[in-house]
Design a protein around this ligand. Sequence first.
Ligand code: KG4
Ligand code: ZN
Length: 346
Amino acid sequence: MLVLGIESSCDETGAAVVTDDGRVLSDVVQSQVVHAEWGGVVPELASRDHARNVLPVVREALARAGVTLEAIDGVAVTCRPGLVGALLVGVQAAKGLAFGADKPIVGVDHLIGHLLAVFLRRDDAAREAPSFPFVALLVSGGHTAIYRVGGARADQIVELGATRDDAAGEAFDKVAKLLGLGYPGGPAVDALAAKGDPTAVKLAKPMAHARSLDMSFSGIKTQVAALVREDPAIDRANVCASFQRTVTTVLADKLLAAADREDVRDVVLGGGVAANSELRRRVTEGAKRAGMRAFVPPLASCTDNGAMIAYAGALRLARGERDGWDLAATSATVLTRVTRKGRGAR
Ligand code: KG4
Ligand code: ZN
């Protein structure tokens, strides 16, 4: 089965052609540059840029896969969660293409796309895949949560813990902004951290208690802001190294604690922050020590892309599921949340 997937939930316009066994025939991602000067994603600019790019990106994905729309078995599109205006562009484009070519359409939850991206195969080599159930840390600019993934269906995926405030990627972006490193900040902090001493600057570890899988990343950003205010000439590499060590230690420790608690052997990383070199290393090494298997997908599968949406949609189509032409864009995920947002005891 061949599925065209379309992603437009935030600031990447993506389209891909993927088979229902995860083979990626093409995966085209157009990252929006319009947000850089604002230091964050501007929703209205995102919608307009998606509207300009969605059809060229789809055409490119079909061309690279060497197929026409007629050869496709269905169209999958991110319909939640995300910026509603941005999502709407993808959903409407997908409806037009599917209706015109007389193909079925399925909506995909962006988070489920991320959680299943570990099954994508981007080259001919048979990639080792985790087995269900696994525990996954999804960590991006918009989301930070740990899930037990018992299968590909939404009702088989359970949130075990999540951030109560900022996403970890958001903290990377804000710290980069405080240090004048530009947007998006994650890659810049990662690169500068490699040149710094992670013990030179003291930062408190947020919500490090072993028993709770809840997380919090807004306080550490405030700590960094105070440090920079006190000493504007502070060594930026040391701040990056300390910040990154603190955040990745919390993320890796909670992921491994969750797997241990769930009695699960396979752990998986997903989302844009999974690109972080220290997080990848900590999870890989920590899992090995604990006798677990860590699966860290290639970068192209971790950041927002159409292939993960096509694959999650292909599994829905293969189960015989279809959506109607009334498929709507929604800002909230379909996955049940257990973590209370904001301060205070649970
Ligand atoms: O998944 P993604 O592409 O988009 C969504 O947020 O959904 O993730 C983007 C986030 C940004 O916050 C970016 O700063 C962060 O991932 N990021 C990183 C790295 N590369 C990207 N964070 C830390 N280290 C990196 N190397
Ligand atoms: Zn994402």
